[in-house]
Design a protein around this ligand. Structure first.
Ligand SMILES: Cc1ncc(C[n+]2csc(CCOP(=O)(O)OP(=O)(O)O)c2C)c(N)n1
Ligand SMILES: [Mg+2]
Length: 807
């Protein structure tokens, strides 16, 4: 099967633009209101009512033009300048705009992020409050913004690719809540400076290869904070650089446009043309909107007068898009000076009214807690041994300008700490208040790290593997291949992709033959571009598909890690449950050969992927059960397959399609009484080998496979084992202080196991350096059965020196 589109005609007809008077004046109104929102918003920061502000001034007209061709079902994946798009689409009201500026942490007032992201960071709600999908073809969609420049690009590829899959795979035709014939466009926006990021070029290249309906707008205002295009881009001009991507009569590629950001009719024409090509033919389009300005400077931190010349500042005034559009309207006779002035007056009033309402409601929302804190602290004063200190504290608190909830809670907690010698009802009342506010804020600021829906991975119940006399014994890869085959068969939304996944069925052949069986749209190869492979996964999962996206070796996870961390892992959290992307990332790791095929950097992932689950199967039966579990759930996860296990024999369960491994439930793979050995993944075999040898010396080890590092042992099963053995070793092949230390911290600190220990707990890990090549390299870099044996023996000889000291 071919992935290529038929070549589309390349001539573009820009004539025939028709704009009605009402439409033009409506556009001007939206643009002007947006500009006023920026101006007033900036003042809110300087007056101390908001902490920080970033605004969309200077980009209004281009964004209006874009919003005119944005249809229900379409997606935006943009950045912090796009307020005019969202205002024009009605996806943010002026009042919500200010509520976000004030960080009003209530979804009713700030529906995009519930106060979790700074202003002009948007995320429409794809989910109902119970976590179920809304019909997202009936709404305008915006993927959840991130502040990292360029990080909107990887998922943009996936958002656009989803349309291609929905259009071309007839099995998906019924999923009309997610796509109508793949007609949806994914609109990307990016600043000129951010196009210097690798993610930009990777995404552009991927989209050109995939031929997907994506329109990328570059908002080029010449600057990236203070740094000009001369420092960012070869030839100082991104359009020139991208010309090689332009399609022609012989080759697919991009449709390219370049247009002035202050030319209203040209912008409207350009976007109309772009939309038609993109939506109908699924051709990617790039629009370089240049000659834009930034009248208020980059953000509320710092002023652009510091780095822009007088000439540049004058030029920006002259070519300000609001001003040029106003002149065009007057010049065309669309409206009189008085009519325009009247519109402007109304807009200014609207913005101020919205600001005042948002502020009033924000303060109302805080009022009760702020007043209660003051009152309860005050009531403690006459009854406390430290009344003078509490009185001073209350005075400081009452004198705060625009206090917020943390001021109330902090003052209350400090007052409470001063009451330590008191015992009275006032103290109890203050404590009850502290607990109540803290609990409410836990929900406000810390909910939704993971799914809280009925499909949450933690709620997927175990289905044990069933074996019979006829269960076949096969290579591990064959177990997994059968599992994937069944997944693809039972759910048309499942897609699998990555380097070498398609034609040869991955480098270890767990998808062997499955492209032939299910087609190139479902099991497919990608270029070598880990970051946008993840983006394909994130974007397609945002649109209701069930991707399994592969990173060929765990050692290449670093290329993917940034986007998994900044986008996927915090998606559900930063939208406060408004969006989900249940991507399953598949990779293989732990030990095989050499520096880049033997890594086990678990702590690297655990450090930055909270919000995802990290599953570490010891074999392919367990791996299959984990894939089945994740497919039933709506949480994202990484599954690290044991790289050296594909050719080892395993008995395939009769219910390979149905068995589910529950998350956070360790498995005791060998019972014992003297010492608990906690491990996972490829180390299970090594620890088991050592445990067998230790038995010959009369040492009985209990071996526990944690199975999932995140979540970790949710029912404290390891504690139960330690209560019995009173000794514990954590063994893995991450760096020293890595996941072994994480396991130790969980068991000793969180599970409180220290009180049951009769011997010091130990960790066994790999060496700090990366693993050297070949079998000797492995032996001297990674923990071996000998290392485990000796460490256990050492612990036991401390306990029973007479019995074991000879080792
Ligand atoms: C990965 C990353 N590096 C640096 C920054 C700091 N930063 C924020 S905005 C910005 C400039 C972006 O300029 P440009 O892409 O031209 O967009 P503009 O703000 O001009 O619209 C920088 C360097 C960041 N947010 N993310
Ligand atoms: Mg810029």
């Amino acid at each position: 099967m071919s992935l290529e589109n038929e070549l589309a005609p390349v001539e573009i007809d820009l004539s025939g633009l028709k704009l009605g008077r009402e439409e033009v004046l409506h556009d001007y109104r939206v643009a002007y209101e947006s500009r006023q929102a920026s101006i007033v918003g900036r003042k809110e920061v300087f007056s101390g009512k908001a902490k920080f502000g970033i605004f969309g001034d200077g980009k209004e007209i281009a964004q209006l033009a874009l919003s005119k061709v944005f249809r229900k079902g379409d997606w935006r994946s943009g950045y912090y300048r796009d307020q005019t798009i969202m205002l024009a689409l009605g996806e943010v009201t002026l009042q919500q705009y200010f509520a976000q500026l004030y960080a009003h942490a209530d979804l009713e007032h700030e529906p995009h992020t519930g106060g979790r992201l700074m202003n002009v960071h948007y995320a429409t709600r794809s989910l109902n409050p119970d976590g179920s999908w809304k019909p997202i073809t009936q709404q305008f969609n915006s993927a959840a913004d991130v502040s990292c420049t360029g990080a909107q690009m990887p998922r943009l590829v996936g958002l656009a690719w989803a349309s291609k899959l929905y259009r071309n795979n007839p099995e998906l035709a019924g999923f009309t809540d997610f796509s109508i014939s793949g007609n949806e466009i994914a609109f990307g926006t990016i600043g000129n400076g951010s196009t210097a990021e690798g993610q930009f070029f990777e995404a552009i290249n991927a989209a050109g290869v995939l031929q997907i309906p994506m329109i990328v707008s570059i908002w080029d205002d010449e600057y990236a904070i203070s740094v000009t295009n001369a420092y960012q881009t070869t030839k100082g001009d991104i359009y020139k650089v991208l010309e090689g991507f332009k399609r022609d009569a012989n080759d697919n590629g991009f449709e390219l446009f370049q247009v002035d950001g202050h030319d209203y009719p040209a912008l409207v024409k350009t976007y109309q043309q772009a939309e038609k090509i993109c939506r109908e033919q699924h051709v990617p389009v790039l629009i370089h909107v240049h000659n834009l300005t930034q009248p208020l400077g980059h953000s509320s931190s710092g002023s652009h007068e510091r780095y822009k010349s007088r000439e540049r500042l004058d030029w920006e005034l002259q070519f300000d898009c609001i001003r040029t559009t106003r002149e065009w309207i007057l010049g065309q006779g669309v409206a009189t000076e008085e009519e325009i002035a009247q519109i402007e007056k109304e807009c200014e009033a609207n913005v101020k009214t919205a600001r005042d309402k948002a502020w009033k409601e924000f303060r109302e929302w805080l009022k009760e807690d702020l007043e209660t804190a003051s009152r309860l602290i005050g009531e403690c004063i006459p009854h406390s041994l430290r009344s003078a200190e509490i009185e001073a504290l209350k005075k400081d608190y009452d004198g705060l300008l625009n206090p917020i909830r943390s001021d109330a809670l902090s003052a209350s907690r400090r007052a409470y700490s001063l009451l330590f010698q008191d015992d009275n009802s006032q103290k109890s009342a203050l404590k009850a208040f502290i607990d109540k506010v803290a609990e409410a804020c836990e929900g406000r600021y810390s909910s939704h790290l993971h799914s809280e829906s009925e499909w949450a991975a933690l709620k997927v119940e175990e289905v044990k593997a069933i074996y019979s006399d006829t269960s076949p014994i096969v290579d591990g890869k064959e177990v997994l291949r059968t599992c994937f085959d069944e997944m693809l068969a039972r759910d048309p939304r499942v897609i699998a992709f990555g380097e070498d996944v398609g034609d040869i069925g991955d480098v270890n052949q767990a998808f062997a033959g499955l492209q032939d069986k299910y087609g190139v749209l479902r099991v497919t190869d990608t270029g070598i571009r880990e970051c946008t492979i993840m983006g394909q996964g994130i974007g397609t999962a945002l649109r209701g598909l069930r991707p399994i996206a592969e990173i060929q070796y765990l050692d290449y996870m670093l290329y993917a890690l940034q986007i998994l961390s900044d986008d996927l892992a915090c998606l559900h959290y930063r939208t406060k449950g408004g969006q989900k992307s249940p991507l399953i990332v598949r990779t293989r790791g732990h030990r095989l050969e050499g520096v880049w095929h033997s890594g086990s950097p678990m702590s690297m992932m655990m450090g930055c992927l909270r919000g995802m689950y990290l599953l570490v199967p010891r074999n392919f039966v367990q791996a299959s059960g984990m894939y089945n579990t994740m497919l039933k759930s709506d949480d994202p996860a990484i599954i690290v397959e044991p790289l050296n296990g594909y050719r080892l024999k395993e008995t395939m369960p009769d219910n390979i399609a149905g068995m589910c491994v529950p998350l956070g439930i360790p498995e005791v793979i060998k019972e014992g009484t003297d010492i608990t050995l906690v491990t996972y993944g490829s180390m299970c075999r090594i620890v088991m080998d050592a445990a067998e040898r230790l038995s010959a010396f009369g040492i009985s080890s209990e071996v526990i496979d944690v199975q999932t590092l995140m979540p970790f042992d949710v029912n404290s099963r390891i504690l139960e084992s330690v209560k019995k053995t009173n000794r514990v070793i954590f063994a893995d092949e991450d760096v020293p202080g890595g996941a072994s230390a994480y396991m130790l911290e969980n068991v000793l600190d969180k599970q409180n196991a220290f009180q049951w220990l009769d011997s010091a707990p130990r960790c066994i890990s790999a060496k700090a350096h990366r693993p050297a090549y070949s079998s000797d390299g492995d032996y001297f870099s990674k923990p071996s059965s000998d290392d485990v044996f000796e460490k256990v023996f050492e612990v036991m000889s401390e306990v029973y020196p007479d019995k074991f000291s000879a080792a």
